[in-house]
Design a protein around this ligand. Structure first.
Ligand SMILES: Nc1ncnc2c1ncn2[C@@H]1O[C@H](COP(=O)(O)OP(=O)(O)O)[C@@H](O)[C@H]1O
Ligand SMILES: [Mg+2]
Length: 398
C-alpha cells in the first residue's frame, strides 16, 4: 500500500483557518478543506472550507493573502457596504491576521460560497462562464439572452442602484491622473510598452501615429503618457460625477446564485466618491477585450469597433450583421449587452454626463486590462488605439 502524503496548506495557513472556526462558533469541531478551482488575478490562495461536524454543511471560501491586501479589501468593502443590499454581495466577514504588527504577516478573509457547492464539487457559476456560451438552437439562445438581459438589468437596477443614486450629485472637476491613480500605477508597474512594441514594431513605439491590424490611430502609449503625467491637453481638469463604486466590476467578479441572480464579490478596489463610470466602462471592456472570442475576422471586428465609438453604435452595428456570418450570435450578445451597460451609464451618469467622458474612462481602464494577458492582444490594442484616437480628437475639439 502506497502512503500518500498530501500537504496542501502551510502551518501558517492552517492556523489561520482554525481561527475562523472559533469565530463561526456553530458548535463545529471539524474543518474539511477542499480545493477551489477558481483563482483571481491577485494571486491570493482560495480554498473551500466546511466548518462542521459533517461534510454537508454550508461551505465557505477562505482567501489567504498578504495582510495589507486582505486589510485593504475588507476596509474598502466596509466603506461601501451600507450602499449595497446584503443579498447582492458575497460579503466577507471580519478578517483575521497572523499578527497586527508584522509587515509580512498573512491575513484570511472568509465568506459564504455563492451558488451550489458540496464537498465533491464546487459548481460555482460566474458571469464569465455564460457570457458567450451561445447555442445554435434559436429557442435556447433566446432563453439565454433573456437570462443575460435580466442579469445586467438586475446588476445595475438593483445591486448597484444605491451606490449610483443620482439624486444630490453635482458634477466635479477632477484630474484624470488623480482619479485613475491606481490604474495608472498598475499600468506603469506592468509596463505594456514592450508588448505594444511587439504589436506595432519596436521601432514604432514612440511615433505619434500607430498602425495596427489595418487601422491607423494616435499612438495610445503616448496618449497614456500625457494623461498620466497631466501634460498637454490633460493639464485641465475634466468633469465627472463622483459616487460610490465597486471599482473592479468585471466578468469574474460577478458570481451567480442558484437563481442566476448576480452577486458582487472582490471589493479590493471599492471607493467612495469616485468616477461612477468606472463601474460601466470596465465591464464593457471586460466583455469586449477579455471575454470575446479571440478568433475574430479582423475587418469585421474593426467595423464593429468603429460603431462602438458612438454611444448609440450598438443598435446601428446590429443592423449591419447578417445571420450567416461567423460569430453572429456572439456579436448579437455583445451589442445587446453593451447597449444595456451604456443605457445605465447615462442614467446614473448624472448632470453634465456626456459621451466623451465615457470614452476617456474607457481608455484608461482598458489600457490596464490589456496590460495583463488578454486572449488577443493585437485586436485589443487596436480597439484601445481606436478609442484613444477618438478621445484625443474629442478633447481637442472641446
Ligand atoms: N463568495 C464566492 N462565491 C463563489 N465564488 C467565489 C466567491 N468569492 C470568490 N469566488 C471565486 O473565486 C475567484 C477569486 O476570488 P476573488 O475574491 O475575486 O480574488 P482576486 O482578488 O484574486 O480576484 C472569483 O473570480 C470567483 O470565481
Ligand atoms: Mg477577483
Amino acid at each position: 500500500m502506497v502512503e500518500i502524503v498530501y500537504e496542501m496548506l502551510s502551518d501558517r495557513e492552517k492556523s489561520l483557518i482554525e481561527c475562523c472556526l472559533d469565530r463561526i462558533g456553530n458548535g463545529a469541531n471539524r474543518i474539511y478543506i477542499a480545493p477551489f478551482d477558481r483563482v483571481g488575478r491577485s494571486g491570493a490562495r482560495l480554498f473551500r472550507v466546511f466548518f462542521c461536524p459533517d461534510k454537508d454543511c454550508y461551505p465557505h471560501i477562505v482567501k489567504i493573502d498578504r495582510k495589507d491586501r486582505i486589510q485593504r479589501e475588507y476596509e474598502n468593502f466596509q466603506k461601501i457596504q451600507n450602499y449595497l443590499l446584503p443579498e447582492t454581495t458575497g460579503a466577507p466577514r471580519e478578517p483575521i491576521y497572523e499578527s497586527r504588527e508584522a509587515e509580512e504577516a498573512l491575513g484570511i478573509l472568509y465568506f459564504q460560497i455563492v451558488s451550489d457547492s458540496n464537498f465533491d464539487s464546487a459548481r460555482t457559476l460566474q458571469l464569465s462562464d455564460i457570457i458567450f456560451d451561445v447555442s445554435n438552437d434559436p429557442d435556447i439562445e433566446k432563453e439565454r439572452l433573456d437570462c443575460l438581459r435580466n442579469i445586467f438589468d438586475r446588476l445595475y437596477g438593483i445591486c448597484l442602484s444605491r451606490t449610483a443614486d443620482t439624486s444630490n450629485n453635482e458634477p466635479t472637476s477632477v484630474l484624470l491622473k488623480d482619479e485613475f491613480e491606481w490604474h495608472i500605477s498598475a499600468i506603469k508597474r506592468l509596463n505594456p510598452r514592450k508588448k505594444y512594441g511587439q504589436i506595432v514594431g519596436i521601432e514604432h513605439i514612440d511615433e505619434a501615429m500607430s498602425t495596427c491590424a489595418g487601422a491607423n490611430f494616435a499612438n495610445p502609449v503616448r496618449l497614456f503618457e500625457e494623461i498620466s503625467s497631466g501634460k498637454g491637453i490633460w493639464e485641465e481638469p475634466v468633469i465627472r460625477n463622483l459616487k460610490h463604486v465597486h471599482g473592479d466590476l468585471h466578468c469574474n467578479n460577478i458570481v451567480l446564485n442558484s437563481e442566476k441572480k448576480p452577486v458582487l464579490i472582490d471589493f479590493a478596489w471599492a471607493q467612495l466618491n469616485a468616477d461612477i463610470l468606472k463601474d460601466f466602462v470596465l465591464l464593457e471592456n471586460s466583455i469586449r477585450v477579455v471575454m470575446f472570442p479571440a478568433y475574430v475576422n479582423l475587418d469585421r471586428h474593426k467595423e464593429i469597433d468603429e460603431f462602438l465609438l458612438e454611444e448609440d453604435g450598438p443598435l446601428k452595428a446590429r443592423n449591419l450583421l447578417t445571420g450567416d456570418e461567423p460569430l453572429f450570435l456572439h456579436y448579437v450578445r455583445l451589442l445587446e449587452i453593451v447597449e444595456i451597460i451604456r443605457k445605465y451609464a447615462r442614467r446614473y451618469g448624472g448632470k453634465g454626463y456626456d459621451w466623451p467622458q465615457y470614452l476617456q474612462s474607457q481608455f484608461i481602464t482598458m489600457y490596464r486590462q490589456l496590460a495583463y494577458d488578454t486572449p488577443n492582444s493585437i485586436v485589443g490594442f487596436r480597439t484601445l488605439g481606436m478609442i484613444g484616437n477618438r478621445v484625443k480628437h474629442e478633447h481637442q475639439r472641446s
